[in-house]
Design a binder for this molecule. Structure first.
Ligand SMILES: C[S@@+](CC[C@H](N)C(=O)[O-])C[C@H]1O[C@@H](n2cnc3c(N)ncnc32)[C@H](O)[C@@H]1O
Length: 239
C-alpha cells in the first residue's frame, strides 16, 4: 500500500478507536478529513464486508422500504442505500453535526432526511423502520449492545437490522494480534475498537446471521425483531 494511503488508513483506525465511547466531538473535528480516511478503509480491508453488507441490504429491501442509516456519518453508506430503487425513505442519523452537514451537502435527494441523534437512544417510536443499516458505528460506543437493542426496538416485526463492525479475530491470530498491540502500544486507541467475541452485540437464532471477513477483522451481522441482544444464546423473545 502506498505510504499516503497507509497513513490515511492508520488515521481512520485511530479515529475509530481513540474516541471509543467519548462522544461525537472527535468526529465533528475530523469531519472534513473523514472521507479521505474512510475511502481507503472501505476500498481495502473493509471491501469484502461491505460487498456482503450491500448484498444483504438488496436482499432485504422491500419496495417503498423505510430505512434508518444509524451513525450515517458523511453519508457514504446513505448514498449506497439511496442507489436502491426500492428504497422509499432514508433517515440518516448521526450525533455529529459536522459529519451530518457534509452528508447533507452531498446528498440532495427528496427521499432522505437528516436527523441529529444518539444511536443509544433513537428518537423514533418502536416498529418505525423496515431496515436499520449501520456501518462502523457500534464498535465506537461504550456499550455496543445498547445501540443494537435500539435497532431491534425500532425495526418493524418483519424488519431487520444489518450492521458491520470491526472485530478482533478469533483463535490464535486474534490472541497474537492483541498481544502485539498490548506490547507495542498499551494505550493505543486504534485497535481497542476491534470488538472481541464476548463484546459482540449479537444473538444467534434462525433469523439472524453473522459473517466475518478479512481474517476476522470485520464482521457483518443481521438481527431481527425476535433477537435478544443481552446474550448471544438466550431464547428468542418472540416465537
Ligand atoms: C466511523 S464513523 C462511520 C460513519 C458511516 N457509517 C460510514 O460507514 O462511513 C462513526 C460515526 O458514528 C457516529 N457516532 C458515534 N457515536 C454516536 C452516537 N452515540 N450516536 C450517533 N452517532 C454516533 C460518529 O459521529 C460518526 O459519524
Amino acid at each position: 500500500m502506498p505510504p499516503l494511503e497507509r497513513e490515511r488508513l492508520d488515521a481512520y483506525l485511530g479515529l475509530l478507536g481513540l474516541h471509543r465511547g467519548d462522544g461525537v466531538a472527535a468526529y465533528d473535528a475530523a469531519a472534513r478529513a473523514y472521507d479521505g480516511f474512510a475511502r481507503i478503509w472501505d476500498n481495502c480491508i473493509a471491501a469484502p464486508a461491505l460487498a456482503h453488507f450491500n448484498a444483504l441490504v438488496t436482499e432485504h429491501l422491500a419496495p417503498g422500504a423505510n430505512v434508518l442509516d444509524a451513525g450515517a456519518g458523511t453519508g457514504e453508506r446513505t448514498r449506497v442505500l439511496l442507489s436502491q430503487d426500492t428504497v422509499g425513505h432514508v433517515v440518516a442519523l448521526d450525533g455529529s453535526q459536522g459529519m451530518l452537514a457534509l452528508a447533507e451537502r452531498k446528498l440532495r435527494d427528496p427521499r432522505v432526511v437528516f436527523v441529529r441523534g444518539d444511536v443509544n437512544r433513537l428518537p423514533f417510536p418502536d416498529n418505525s423502520f423496515d431496515l436499520v443499516a449501520s456501518t462502523w458505528v457500534v464498535e465506537t460506543l461504550d456499550d455496543p449492545r445498547s445501540a443494537v437493542r435500539e435497532f431491534v426496538r425500532v425495526i418493524k416485526p418483519d424488519g431487520v437490522a444489518i450492521y458491520a463492525f470491526c472485530s478482533l479475530p478469533e483463535g490464535r491470530g486474534g490472541a497474537l494480534l492483541k498481544r502485539v498491540i498490548d506490547l507495542a502500544a498499551p494505550d493505543s486507541g486504534p485497535l481497542s475498537v476491534l470488538l472481541p467475541e464476548p463484546e459482540r452485540p449479537f444473538h444467534h437464532c434462525e433469523r439472524s446471521s453473522l459473517h466475518q471477513f478479512s481474517g476476522g477483522l470485520t464482521t457483518v451481522a443481521v438481527v431481527a425483531k425476535c433477537c435478544v441482544i443481552e446474550s448471544t444464546h438466550l431464547p428468542c423473545k418472540l416465537p
